[in-house]
Design a protein around this ligand. Structure first.
Ligand code: PYC
Length: 333
């Protein structure tokens, strides 16, 4: 256990009650869970979301760990902290995080946030803006309860970059920004079947480790922290199936909204997908996102459509006597 064993990092509630509490709403989008913190236990101030995520990371990282890490959560959870938007015309600001850190954007998570805002009565049918640390996105609730997310502008920075992966050999993949950085691999020799998720996780983790050791980076020297494999689809109407390894080592149960956006950017760059044409991306569990893009001043703006289902409303309790109230410390792993 860490040096602060038994010393809760979270402040006591202002009324000095021994147990602090806050509310979360759980949903899943195509099988991938999102846990939305609807009443933030910390004040991150105002200003751009990029500044607020820096404050959260530096001073209140316990919130992330309490919400998504074991024993309350698991490596699979993506958390979403709702914040007041800096622009009053936006419906909300949101900061996404997982078991190891913070995400720029999250497609399945934004669909989960939309379903949560609807449940809270904070969203009317129609389009609404959501602020994220990497830019504003637009969500639209449809009559059938599906949600479209118009993402930030996405682009490919490298086509078929070579990566030497010890134990596997040379793997060639595209590097693209879909709201997070992705290494997208078409030729990998793996069969993308749900009964092979252990093997696929190990295979993509080797690629991720090699990426970290390599000089391949996203813009600004950013780590390429998502690995995406593609293969033939099985779902009716789908054009591809994927397997996505997320930064914390879990695989995405959904087709990954930012990963699908990165794929759309690569297809557009290769002239294989026209503006407005539909791309149906299937996940490793068989769920699908529908994607298309529009061009704005030459920039690729993807829209992802999927559906989230609310599956829990929980009060998080933080007992100051609980040594794991804010998660099993990462250094214990
Ligand atoms: O849907 O963009 C996404 C996503 C990123 C990580 C997990 N899901």
């Amino acid at each position: 256990m860490g040096s602060n064993a038994g010393q809760p990092e979270f402040a006591l509630h202002p009324q000095n009650t021994p147990i602090q509490q806050f509310r979360v709403i759980d949903s899943h989008t195509g099988g991938e869970p999102t846990r939305v913190v609807v009443d933030s236990p910390v004040d991150l101030g105002t200003g751009p979301l990029a500044e607020r995520v820096a404050r959260l990371r530096a001073h209140h990282d316990w919130v992330r760990r309490a919400v998504v890490n074991e024993p309350r959560g698991s490596d699979v959870f993506v958390g979403a902290l709702l914040c007041p938007p800096s622009n009053p015309t936006a419906a909300a600001g949101v900061i996404f995080f997982n078991n190891v850190g913070y995400l720029g954007m999250c497609g399945h998570g934004t669909i989960g946030v939309a379903a949560t805002l609807r449940r809270l009565g904070r969203l009317r049918p129609g389009a609404a803006r959501i602020e994220t640390p990497v830019g504003d996105v637009t969500i639209e609730l449809h009559d059938d309860e599906s949600v479209s997310v118009e993402n930030v502008a996405c682009h490919r920075t490298q086509k078929l970059a070579s990566l030497d992966v010890p134990g596997i050999g040379t793997i060639r993949g595209d590097v693209a920004w879909g709201g997070n950085w992705f290494f997208l691999v078409q030729e990998h020799g793996q069969s993308l079947r749900y009964d092979r998720v252990r093997e696929l996780t190990a295979f993509t983790q080797h690629i991720r480790d090699a990426l970290d050791r390599s000089t391949l980076r996203g813009e600004g020297g950013a780590l390429i922290d998502h690995v995406e494999l593609f293969g033939p689809p099985t779902a009716k109407g789908a054009r591809s199936r994927n397997f996505v390894l997320c930064p914390g080592g879990a695989y995405d149960r959904s087709p990954c909204g930012t990963g699908t956006s990165a794929k759309v950017a690569c297809l557009a760059a290769d002239g294989k997908l026209a503006p407005g044409e539909e791309w149906v991306q299937e996940s490793i569990v068989g769920s699908v996102f529908r994607a298309r893009y529009r061009l704005e001043c030459g920039r690729i703006i993807p829209t992802i459509t999927g559906q989230a289902y609310i599956n829990g409303e929980t009060t998080i309790l933080l007992d100051p006597h609980d040594p794991f109230a804010t998660g099993i410390p990462e250094e214990n792993r």
